[in-house]
Design a protein around this ligand. Structure first.
Ligand code: ZN
Length: 214
């Protein structure tokens, strides 16, 4: 792929962001959490992102640690935002968290209920098969429900998979234990066997080759 991928690991509880630069301009995958906004803005500036060349934000899913800066960046750069329709409600109501069984204690869940993101309406929805070729990127969207109903991955023709929170690499590369629907997650993981995947770009932690997955 004739594109550059810049991995932006914001750290803390914030999700990663991935900035893809093509001959047409920039596409950002996920926007991290609000608390890391300054760090993200610096990285975007360093890469040469501006309101002329920053064309699209793709959210892999609606959680606040991935969507927390989306409304702000949309306003600042006039950039379009795309996500799957099944997570869109989280953005419209500014409640970017869902209940995930087995993953959070009740107290932690209550705490998360108070986290609000700036509400916004995505510009358009994307689903299985959506191509990024008009942004100069040879990649397409795969619907990967499990972590949330509207979770998506972006797979490049080179086998790079931006998987959102389906996989994680916080302690080691593994399938994320935080799932809204475990059956859907299993189906999504099986579905990936149909594709040629080389490297995983997870929502948290460093990218890793697919064969490192435990
Ligand atoms: Zn998540």
């Amino acid at each position: 792929m004739n594109c550059e991928i810049k991995t932006i690991i914001l750290g803390g509880s914030s999700g990663n962001c991935y900035l893809i630069k093509s001959h047409i301009g920039f596409v950002l995958i996920d926007t991290g959490g609000k608390s890391k906004r300054k760090k993200l803005e610096k990285e975007l500036e360093k890469a040469g992102c501006n309101s002329e060349n920053f064309h699209l934000i793709i959210l892999t899913h609606g959680d606040y640690d991935h969507s927390g800066n989306c409304a702000y960046l949309k306003e600042k750069y006039g950039v379009k935002v795309a996500m799957h329709i099944r997570d869109e409600r989280m953005m419209r109501y500014g409640r970017a968290i869902k209940y995930k069984r087995k993953s959070k204690s009740f107290i932690k869940y209550l705490f998360l209920l108070f986290i609000k993101i700036n509400q916004f309406k995505p510009d358009f929805n994307i689903d299985e098969g959506f191509s990024l070729s008009c942004y100069g990127i040879n990649a397409r969207v795969i619907h990967l429900p499990g972590h949330s109903r509207g979770s998506i991955g972006i797979l490049t023709d080179d086998g790079d998979l931006f998987c959102g929170d389906l996989f994680t690499n916080i302690k080691k590369p593994e399938i994320n234990k935080i799932m809204e629907n475990e059956l859907d997650a299993k189906t999504s993981i099986n579905k990936l066997k149909n594709y040629l995947i080389d490297k995983i770009y997870p929502g948290h932690g460093k990218p890793f080759p697919l064969n490192y997955l435990s």
